[in-house]
Design a protein around this ligand. Structure first.
Ligand code: NI
Length: 291
């Protein structure tokens, strides 16, 4: 009888435990490349934060995805399969690095980042969301006026790994048309949200003359961390040719003051180590415009 009672008490607990394990995000099928695994954490909060400001198109359909047969391909495979059209860093022949800022424009942080870059005579690459460019066109124009390069970060921060090719093309093309009007050119570089992109999407991009640009240095600044932690994260994998991921825009719940404070420190550090900061087109020796 006692044994029966024990079982009766433990069984529901065990079932609950099992259920929580099944719904754990760690079971979400990321490719086993280290950058993508790190992104796994980013996916959830960054999506949640950004979704507030974007269209319903961006809402991830995780349940459906888990059951679908979509297979994510590690960055290393995409790099070799689409050499030159999917890149995460430059050749490293010279001590050059590219600063990249995603999820812009954001009136809270982007003007501050632009101010600091101007003060230090540094040019960077901004990956722009079409939906935000439509709301704050003046900030995008300012980027171009001040010599920065602009790239395409989708329209509504969509998770491309869950998007059909048609939906992907729509995200890219809508943003492309908007940016062409604001910048006077058709941006060549695409930064997929969360760094996630499917082979057929890279293939279409290559055919259209785009280059997909991820990163080899993740500042993890979207976690609302302080500038010292950001600097430590950057130093971990920095090398000649590196492309550094930072954010100059975010969701309501994200505090990017760490990013803002880190930029002067980062520029000082890079100068002391003999690095020169360039835009992504200069780093890769490629045009930043299509056509
Ligand atoms: Ni992003």
């Amino acid at each position: 009888m006692q044994r029966f009672l024990q079982t009766a008490l433990i069984l529901p607990v065990l079932l609950q435990l099992l259920a929580s394990v099944i719904h754990t995000p760690s079971l979400y099928p990321y490719p086993m490349s280290h950058s993508a695994v790190q992104l796994g954490n980013g996916n959830k909060s960054e999506t949640a934060a950004l979704d507030k400001n974007s269209t319903s198109e961006a809402a991830p359909r995780r349940k459906r995805y888990r059951k679908s047969s979509v297979r994510r391909v590690p960055w290393s495979v995409l790099q070799s399969r689409y050499s030159g059209s999917f890149v995460i860093r430059g050749s490293g022949g010279r001590k050059l690095v590219a600063l990249t800022f995603d999820d812009v424009p954001d009136p809270r942080y982007t003007p501050m980042v632009l101010d600091i870059l101007a003060k230090h005579h540094t040019r960077a690459t901004f990956f722009v969301l079409g939906s935000r460019a439509a709301k704050h066109p003046g900030i995008v124009k300012r980027m171009v006026r001040e010599g920065h390069l602009v790239g395409n970060h989708s329209y509504s921060h969509a998770l491309f790994a869950q998007a059909s090719l048609a939906a992907y093309r729509k995200q890219i093309t809508l943003t492309d048309q908007l940016l062409a009007k604001l910048t006077g050119y058709r941006p060549r570089f695409i930064r997929p949200p969360y760094g996630e992109i499917l082979p057929r999407q890279v293939e279409w991009s290559r055919e259209q003359g785009y280059i997909v640009v991820n990163w080899d240095v993740d500042s993890e600044d979207w976690k609302s961390i302080g500038s010292d932690k950001i600097m430590a994260n950057i130093r971990k994998t920095l090398q000649p040719g590196s492309i550094i991921l930072q954010h100059a825009g975010g969701g309501d719940s994200q505090d990017l003051s760490g990013t803002v404070n880190a930029i002067p420190k980062l520029l000082r550090y890079l100068r002391a180590k003999g690095y020169q900061t360039v835009t992504v087109d200069e780093l890769l020796g490629q045009r930043g415009q299509r056509g």
